[in-house]
Design a protein around this ligand. Structure first.
Ligand code: SF4
Length: 356
């Protein structure tokens, strides 16, 4: 392993362009691996890794958290969510705090467990908070089809799913954001394949490399992106060939679009991104928690001083936030990037706060 790392670093040095470049690792799992294995510190100074918006919890608008809290307060419902969202602060509370006040809010590991809970508790109204990117959407769609076919009428979803390629285009259009190349997410790409990134290479002339998650994968991918920049190429290359195919997983994609249509979506700090979200098709509208559990108007506001927006766009490093490691720590998070296991601030706090 040591020898392979040394060889990859030599290759990166050989292929580095004659200028400084910013490579954005889109996916939060990449961010965590880069911090954990100290990969940033192995690179030449001219290669700057910046984190992107690929952390589903981090890009879930604070208004959604406030909305879910209001549903829990106003209705007799059982709410299930993945663990990371539990501790993200809303405007004046969190799901964790509401749970401690007796609301029926629970952590789940899979939506199938939630559906089974609904099946075995027909007297309860059960809401699954459907969060995540293309990696998790096919599973949600399978669960909804199953609920539909089995006529499970006490199951609902609060949909906050988001699609990655559209968010990357938004970053490229933002004049404040400087990106020379993307490390594209391996898991998302296992579903959608490499073609949806084609417009980034073709229209914006930005190289893309779909990367695996092991340290050697990431280093190899950085070398591939640097080489493209140096040679003036912009292509979509797949480093993570043991998992990702050019065509992705057509069965999973078909399943997604049997249940959902594309829609615009609001991303935390990034704003509304056209075509970056999903809405239930007419046939499945009865599963829509927002429609069945309306809440009175909520006034949401972002936490003062939190720089998550700039962190998610790669404009600032977590350590450039004045609250980092002072008022904001994992045990007392102020923004979502310090909570999530894929959040940049959490990664820097855990592994890099003494290195930068
Ligand atoms: S350190 Fe905390 S307050 Fe600052 S950007 Fe990160 S999550 Fe937000």
């Amino acid at each position: 392993m040591k020898r392979e790392i040394k060889e990859l670093i030599e290759l990166i040095n050989k292929n580095k362009p004659g200028r400084s470049i910013n490579i954005m690792e889109v996916c939060g799992t990449h961010t965590m691996a880069i911090s954990r294995y100290g990969l940033r510190q192995l690179l030449p100074e001219s290669i700057n890794l910046i984190s992107g918006p690929g952390c589903p919890v981090c890009v879930t608008p604070i208004g959604d958290i406030d909305w879910i809290i209001e549903i829990a307060r106003q209705y007799d419902v059982s709410i299930f969510t993945f663990g990371d969202l539990f501790r993200v602060p809303g405007t004046e509370s969190s799901l964790y705090n509401e749970k401690s006040r007796g609301r029926d809010i629970n952590i789940c590991y899979s939506p199938i467990d939630v559906l089974n809970f609904a099946k075995t508790n027909p007297d309860k109204k059960v809401i699954f908070i459907a969060i995540g990117f293309e990696t998790t959407i096919p599973l949600t769609s399978v669960i909804i089809k199953k609920a539909y076919n089995e006529k499970i009428n006490n199951f609902y979803i609060y949909d906050t799913h988001k699609l990655i390629p559209e968010a990357l285009e938004l970053l490229l259009l933002d004049k404040e954001v400087k990106i020379d190349a993307f490390l594209c997410p391996g898991h998302v790409s296992a579903i959608i394949g490499s073609k949806p990134y084609g417009f980034i290479a073709k229209d914006y002339h930005i190289p893309c490399v779909i990367s695996g998650f092991e340290p050697l994968d990431i280093l190899e991918s950085i070398g591939m992106t640097a080489k493209q920049v140096k040679e003036g190429r912009s292509e979509v290359e797949i480093q993570y060939k043991r998992v990702v195919r050019e065509e992705g997983n057509p069965t999973a994609v078909k399943s997604m679009y049997e249940v959902f249509d594309r829609s615009d979506s609001l991303w935390r700090s990034l704003g509304n991104i056209p075509g970056s979200g999903l809405k239930l098709k007419y046939k499945f509208l009865r599963f829509d928690a927002r429609a069945y559990f309306p809440v009175k108007k909520i006034k949401s506001s972002e936490p003062a001083g939190c720089e998550c927006g700039n962190v998610l766009k790669g404009i600032k490093k977590p350590t450039e936030c004045k609250l980092f490691s002072k008022a904001c720590k994992p045990e007392n998070p102020i923004g979502p990037c310090m909570v999530s296991s894929e959040g940049s601030c959490a990664a820097y706090y855990k592994y890099e706060k003494f290195k930068t």
